[in-house]
Design a protein around this ligand. Structure first.
Ligand SMILES: Nc1ncnc2c1ncn2[C@@H]1O[C@H](COP(=O)(O)OP(=O)(O)O)[C@@H](O)[C@H]1O
Ligand SMILES: [Mg+2]
Length: 231
């Protein structure tokens, strides 16, 4: 007889370094006289279980920062680590992103979009359908599961992209203006999901203009002049 053992997840050790640490990030665009340095030495850390918000005027570099943190873009200088491991050495599933441009697969239904990282990830989830329908319901999208992104409003698509990001329970979740296109009810659902995933151990970094998002933050930062400052 074989006994199937379910490996419990290793509990986070208190000595472990923060979920996310960025040191001295610099990012420049353009050349010669048109060169501008958007990130000028950004230091940031986010611990498991906390929500950190980053505000800043339009064009201050918030989206650029999230792109560098997520590995979508490469900094000119500086480093990003996840629990002390260099970003380039961690599996893609460690860090999930809700980008400003949502990047949903148009040929997949909403439910299929959310299921995708679960099916591709290193820890295959047996109950993919249950996870997908639960998170879609949590975000008020249950009735839209079998629709295609093009059949949804932008705000609905944004919540599908958030569902896709949180479903695999990433170590770090980066969200860019997560409530920018939402009414009050949907905003409340999104904030509840951010709080839940943080409470379950994810480190959440949210770029936002929305005071409602700042209200749920454990720590608030502002990107100003290319550096992050506490507010
Ligand atoms: N790939 C790029 N090439 C050149 N300039 C860029 C690029 N990406 C961003 N920028 C510039 O960097 C600045 C910051 O942009 P962004 O990070 O999108 O700001 P925010 O998200 O805070 O509004 C803007 O002036 C933008 O034009
Ligand atoms: Mg932006």
């Amino acid at each position: 007889m074989t006994i199937e053992r379910v490996q419990p997840e290793a509990p986070p050790s208190p000595e472990r370094s923060p979920a996310l640490v960025a040191r001295g990030l610099r990012r420049r665009f353009g050349r010669g006289t048109t060169e501008t340095e958007i990130l000028r030495g950004v230091d940031l850390h986010a611990e498991a279980g906390e929500i950190v918000t980053i505000t800043g005027r339009s064009g201050s570099g918030k989206t650029t920062l999230l792109a560098v943190l997520s590995g979508f873009d490469t900094p000119d200088e500086g480093s990003v680590t996840f629990h002390g491991v260099p970003a380039e050495a961690v599996p893609w599933s460690v860090c999930a992103v809700l980008p400003q441009a949502l990047g949903l697969a148009e040929e997949l239904t909403c439910a299929e979009n959310v299921a995708l990282p679960l099916r591709l990830g290193p820890r295959p989830t047996r109950a993919v359908d249950v996870v997908v329908s639960t998170v879609l319901a949590e975000l008020g999208l249950a009735a839209l599961a079998d629709r295609y992104p093009a059949e949804l409003s932008f705000g609905q698509q944004q919540r599908v992209a958030l569902a896709r990001a949180v479903a695999p329970r990433p170590t770090v979740l980066l969200v860019d203006e997560p409530t920018a296109h939402l009414d009050a009810d949907s905003t409340e659902a999104v904030l509840a999901v951010l709080r839940r995933v943080a409470d379950e151990g994810t480190a959440v970094v949210a770029v936002t203009h929305d005071p409602a998002v700042r209200e749920v933050a454990d720590r608030r930062l502002e990107l100003d002049g290319g550096v992050l400052l506490p507010v």
